[in-house]
Design a protein around this ligand. Structure first.
Ligand SMILES: NC(=O)c1ccc[n+]([C@@H]2O[C@H](COP(=O)([O-])OP(=O)(O)OC[C@H]3O[C@@H](n4cnc5c(N)ncnc54)[C@H](O)[C@@H]3O)[C@@H](O)[C@H]2O)c1
Ligand SMILES: [Zn+2]
Length: 696
């Protein structure tokens, strides 16, 4: 790959992770890995500035705004912080500050870096009037009713020294105790749990229902004060004043006069921070004097007068006691390392508590697949190194082979049979994972099929989550998706199941109360109105994803026609190839599948597409073709698609020479944009597009 392609790829990747992180409150990789990729991109851009993309994540704050809230412009931009994981870079920062201040004396304030989301609060005449998220740094989401649920945040501040309008900033977070409670509840309800308190805080501050936000007991530490006139001389003064006005200022901060003391502060908190009631991921160092802060100024993304030091994930030795094998929803086999602490070597495995890693005890780490076992060269009884990068699943990073002399080990033999159903395992040419081919009877695969069926993009039965499906499956009430339609109040109400959490040894109860049952049944009933294309996707036919399902539904119009289509008829459909055609044929040839479809049909699901001809609003877009890409402010992509169609336009699946317009939102891949430019396609913003149809 040449540098230009590398820059493009890194940009796309990082923008994707940013989007998932800020929009969906999900971390697909660890923060450390994210920050390494960002540094890699920055280094490349420094050498090849001409290839830097317009949407480079090195140039802007990563967050986004959503259309579910009012968008508010920040009076003062809300930036990010530069970060580092090592002391040398911290000393380099110190050198830059010193040079920037021409040798003047200066002080630092060290603070803990709380792991939540950045919030801004505006007070007018002492009254809290607005709370806004950081958003993209320039504009954020107005979440005033939600932030008012923070009990430590004064709604009114009494002091005769206050400026008429001021803004304060802080980190909204979910205390560890609230986080644990929330996740236990999610588990009981069978909902997906949050991976870490940060994601939980970010999701909870942006709920539409502020009653629910209140219930989740969020909190906020205040760390900054802003106003139009110079009010304080230093950060220290402002922290003391904020405290005296009743704001929740975390007591851990400290003023120091040189970088060595900063480093001492970092060491002091490295262990101690695990005793705090909230998650922290590092410390923040700020130049104390506001005048000096102004002298140093800002980059596009962060102040030059501050930096954060992030603690690296802890890495510890552990003993590999055994390897167990999990069967995934698709039948893939994942080996899992079962670990214990060095001090637990002699304990029977059931009494083992695991290795202490960043505040929790770890007993298991995924080994991904058979190749990973080989790559690490593991043997049973080995002393291995484990790491937990904050929120992400613990992983084994290496083996200490010297320990084998003292503690004998045994080779690991990968199983040849499925641990769940006993079928002979298979591995496809060129694939790393072994899988169980018994897709019609292997329990985890059956469960997986049902989970796919209820997915938002399939039958959209939101009232059923993973935990509930698991319970119904284990009780034998639901073995196939069709069984869902036989459920009634009689067999659901009062169901209880205790689930043992093997990590903690705690037993949790899942119970179906009246309200839950009502919701489940309502969701199932509603799914009968879900269009045919979703039903087709929900069946989970191999290679028939949501887009293929839509194409097939539009073409064949009914399950009857699809089922009886020959291979030749199938491949005659635009964009349907031999692989898909074969998979469809083979799906309908299996008796269990025929039965399933028949039962679903009898239950009243939509097995025909009732595509009404679109009611046209105008023909201003007649004969024009569009591709929609990225994220938009006012409408989502489906809404935009509708707007195009009712005005006579057509949607194409990709950028090509035939395309007239690319409707480009935020976060779209720069390579697509580039391609469109090269082909001379007109690129439209959301605004420009809306103006186009407004002129009808
Ligand atoms: N894992 C992923 O997929 C993923 C994706 C995107 C971003 N990230 C992580 O998020 C980081 C970027 O997020 P960011 O821009 O919010 O930067 P950041 O979280 O590294 O630092 C800036 C933020 O720190 C917070 N903060 C906490 N305590 C503070 C204090 N005492 N004083 C001042 N600020 C304080 C503020 O909210 C501020 O906005 C990345 O560096 C990466 O680590 C991870
Ligand atoms: Zn199996």
């Amino acid at each position: 790959m040449n540098p230009e392609q590398q820059i493009q790829e890194l940009t796309d990747k990082l923008n994707h992770y940013n989007y998932r992180y800020y929009q969906d409150s999900v971390s697909e990789i660890s923060d450390f890995e994210f920050d390494q990729l960002l540094k890699e991109l920055k280094a490349l851009e420094d050498v090849y500035p001409e290839f830097r993309q317009a949407d480079s994540p090195t140039q802007r704050v990563g967050g986004t705004i959503t259309k579910s809230f009012n968008t508010v412009y920040h009076r003062y931009p809300m930036l990010s912080l530069d970060n580092t994981y090592n002391e040398q870079e911290l000393r380099n920062f110190d050198d830059r500050v010193r040079r920037g201040l021409d040798g003047e004396e200066f002080e630092y304030i060290c603070e803990l870096k709380f792991d939540g989301i950045s919030l801004s609060f505006t007070y007018e005449n002492g009254v809290l009037v607005r709370g806004v998220t950081r958003g993209d740094g320039t504009r954020g989401d107005e979440i005033t009713t939600n932030i008012k649920t923070i009990r430590t945040l004064p709604l009114r501040v009494k002091s005769d020294k206050l400026p008429p309008v001021f803004e304060i900033r802080g980190e909204g977070f979910m205390p560890l105790s609230s986080f644990q409670k929330l996740n236990e509840e999610m588990e009981t309800l069978g909902e997906n749990q949050y991976a870490n308190p940060r994601n939980a805080a970010s999701g909870s501050f942006k709920l539409q229902d502020s009653g629910e936000t209140a219930r989740r007991q969020l909190d906020c530490y205040i760390y900054s004060f802003l106003t139009d006139t110079e009010f304080f001389k230093s950060h220290e003064e402002s922290l003391l004043a904020l405290k005296s006005w009743g704001f929740n200022v975390s007591p851990g901060w400290k003023k120091v006069s040189n970088i060595d003391d900063v480093i001492a502060y970092i060491h002091e908190w490295e262990e101690k921070r695990s005793t705090l009631p909230l998650a922290t991921d590092g410390i923040v160092i700020k130049v104390n004097s506001f005048e000096q802060q102004r002298e140093l100024g800002f980059t596009a993304k962060s102040p030059r007068w501050a930096i954060s030091f992030k603690y690296k994930a802890e890495n510890k030795p552990a003993i590999l006691r055994m390897v167990t094998y999990q069967v995934g929803r698709t039948g893939a086999i994942t080996p899992v390392a079962n670990l214990c602490d060095l001090t637990e070597r002699a304990l029977p495995y059931k009494d083992v508590k695991g290795v202490h890693l960043s505040g929790t005890r770890v007993k298991r780490a995924t080994l991904h697949n058979a190749n990973e076992l080989l790559r690490l060269g593991l043997e049973l009884g080995d002393t291995v190194f484990v790491e937990k990068s904050g929120e992400i699943i613990p992983k084994i990073t290496g083996v200490d082979v010297t320990q084998r002399e003292l503690f004998p080990t045994e080779p690991i033999t990968f199983p040849t049979k499925c641990p769940e159903c006993g079928s002979e395992l298979q591995r496809n040419e060129g694939e790393v994972a072994f899988f169980c081919p018994n897709d019609s009877h292997c329990p985890p695969q059956l469960k997986g099929r049902i989970e796919h069926f209820i997915h938002r993009k399939a039958m959209n039965i939101e009232s059923l989550g993973e935990g509930k499906i698991e319970t119904l499956f284990d009780l034998g009430l639901v073995n196939t998706p069709a069984d869902l339609y036989d459920l009634n109040e009689g067999n659901l109400l009062g169901i209880e199941k205790s689930i043992l959490n093997e990590e903690t040894g705690k037993v949790k109860k899942i119970s179906f109360r009246e309200k839950t049952v009502e919701n489940i049944l309502k969701g199932i009933e509603l799914s009968k109105t879900v269009p045919f294309k979703n039903v087709l996707f929900a069946l989970g036919i191999r290679f028939v994803g949501a887009t293929v399902a839509e194409k097939l539904a539009n073409y064949f119009k009914s399950i009857e026609a699809l089922r009886s289509a020959s291979y030749d008829q199938l491949v005659a459909v635009p964009e349907i190839g031999g692989r898909i055609a074969m998979s469809i044929e083979s799906y309908f040839s299996v008796p269990e599948n025929q039965q399933l479809v028949a039962r679903l049909q009898a239950a009243g699901l939509q097995m025909e597409s009732d595509e009404k001809p679109v009611e046209k609003e105008s023909d201003v877009l007649d004969g024009k073709t569009f591709v929609i890409s990225g994220v938009f402010e006012n409408y989502d992509r489906d809404e935009l698609k509708d707007k195009i169609e009712v005005n006579g336009g057509r949607i194409l699946s990709g950028v090509s020479g035939k395309l007239n317009y690319l409707l480009a939102g935020a976060n779209m891949g720069p390579s697509k944009l580039e391609k469109a430019r090269k082909l001379g396609v007109t690129i439209l913003s959301e605004e420009e597009f809306l103006a186009m149809i407004d002129n009808k």
